[in-house]
Design a binder for this molecule. Structure first.
Ligand code: SF4
Length: 421
């Protein structure tokens, strides 16, 4: 399918009740990535409980996230709320000299919505200049779903990053360090790092060392949900390299070829660079093909990973796609992915959960990818499920993770087979 046909892919819009986590969830993986950052949620007890249960309680180390609970009394005056926030931040910074970047994370209780966290971040940055950088973003359940918390965080960082005119390739999206190292080695082995002169990863491992951005920055996304970040980087004059996402053999090789052609690296040189890890990935995938081939799968809208993962499962594992639900569809971010999907496939943007569950029951898919709240009821009805949150928390990018990625989908099907015996 040509890219001109992108607009022809039928997308049904659905507006109704949604079953998705809020953007605060992103703190779970963002705080692990940026070792000198602290995430202060300005929220309610509900927000604190969500974070505690999603991230677990750290027993052996000081946590790098917390919730400043805005009480009803703060409603009496915004001056009080701002003073209270300033006091909390002062106490936190005195106690934790290791914090170099502080994120104020907005949430959805009404008393928080009334606070201008952008202004609070500017005020606190000025006040603690030279000691800490303070940024703000929203993780509110009204404005963001699940992975959009990472998007709004990286958008804030992209706006705050220093300027450079130097040439560079920037890899954008949070990856576990081990996966980041693997991709860095691949870019090196394929001759792309040399051609690009400089490769940086965004977000960095230390938020303090925010990579500089400018008109000679070309960037590749590794996460398909970074729509606002992509726009913020374009706004800084950088150039997006459209590519499919590095999931599976085709995804990772396609991603590398897009980078290679952007920097004028010979196609064969790129292919030679990834030949050995690709062979390992192909071998790992063989183990799961029998389980996955011909099985039908349904994606509920949740993580925004749905489209690249559906492409991987259909093209490389032979699965039958019944419906792909996505919370939002940004055709620019996914411009290289959409043409790789089978034709005449139903994509649903948004959610009306009751109608969607009715369609699942009628279609009887072998596997449904969905949020935690829907998995248990579906399992009770005999429908196998895969928690989409697992796909976000597990290392799934690149050649070395291809087998593990296929296994994540094969496991619930194998479990059902075993139970049926
Ligand atoms: S941000 Fe909103 S949706 Fe998320 S935990 Fe807090 S109150 Fe709930």
């Amino acid at each position: 399918m040509s890219s001109a046909a992108l607009c022809d892919i039928p997308v049904k819009l659905e507006r109704g009740q949604r079953e998705v986590f809020c953007g605060l969830t992103g703190i779970v993986w963002l705080h692990r990535k940026m070792q000198d950052a602290f995430f202060l949620v300005v929220g309610s007890r509900t927000c604190a409980h969500l974070l505690q249960s999603a991230a677990g309680v750290m027993i052996f180390s000081e946590p790098r996230f917390a919730t400043a609970i805005m009480q009803d009394k703060d409603l009496a005056g915004m001056a009080d709320a701002n003073d209270e926030l300033d006091r909390i931040v002062k106490r936190l910074l005195e106690r934790r000299p290791d914090i170099k970047t502080l994120f104020l994370v907005g949430s959805c209780p009404s008393e928080v919505i009334k606070l201008d966290l952008g202004k609070a971040a500017d005020r606190l940055s000025l006040h603690h200049q030279g000691r800490v950088r303070v940024l703000s973003y929203s993780g509110s359940g009204i404005e963001t779903t699940f992975t959009e918390g990472e998007d709004t965080c990286l958008e804030a960082m992209a706006r705050a990053a220093p300027h450079t005119d130097d040439e560079q390739l920037m890899i954008v999206g949070t990856l576990p360090d081990v996966v980041e190292d693997q991709l860095a080695r691949l870019l090196d082995a394929c001759g792309i790092a040399e051609a690009a002169k400089n490769v940086s990863f965004f977000p960095p491992r230390r938020a303090e060392t925010l990579p500089a951005i400018g008109p000679n920055t070309r960037f590749l996304l590794v996460q398909p949900f970074l729509n606002a970040t992509r726009r913020a980087l374009l706004h800084r004059g950088s150039t997006h390299i459209p590519a499919i996402f590095p999931f599976g053999v085709e995804g990772t090789s396609g991603w590398l070829h897009s980078a290679g052609s952007a920097f004028g690296v010979d196609r064969q040189r790129v292919a030679d660079g990834y030949a050995a890890p690709m062979a390992r990935a192909q071998k790992a995938l063989v183990h799961y093909k029998d389980t996955l081939h011909g099985k039908s799968i349904w994606f509920m809208p949740d993580s925004q990973l749905e489209i690249p993962l559906a492409r991987f499962l259909a093209r490389e594992c032979g699965m039958k796609l019944l419906e792909i639900g996505v919370p939002y569809l940004d055709r620019q971010t996914l411009s290289a992915e959409l043409p790789e999907l089978p034709e005449n496939l139903g994509i649903v943007e948004g959610q009306d959960v009751d109608l969607q569950l009715d369609r699942v029951r009628a279609a009887k898919p072998d596997l449904v990818v969905c949020g935690l709240g829907l998995a248990n009821p579906l399992e009770a009805e005999g429908v196998s499920s895969k928690w989409s949150i697992e796909l976000v928390f597990s290392p799934i990018h690149g050649f070395e993770q291809t087998g593990d990625l296929a296994e994540l989908f094969a496991r619930p099907l194998q479990r059902k087979q075993l139970l049926a015996v």
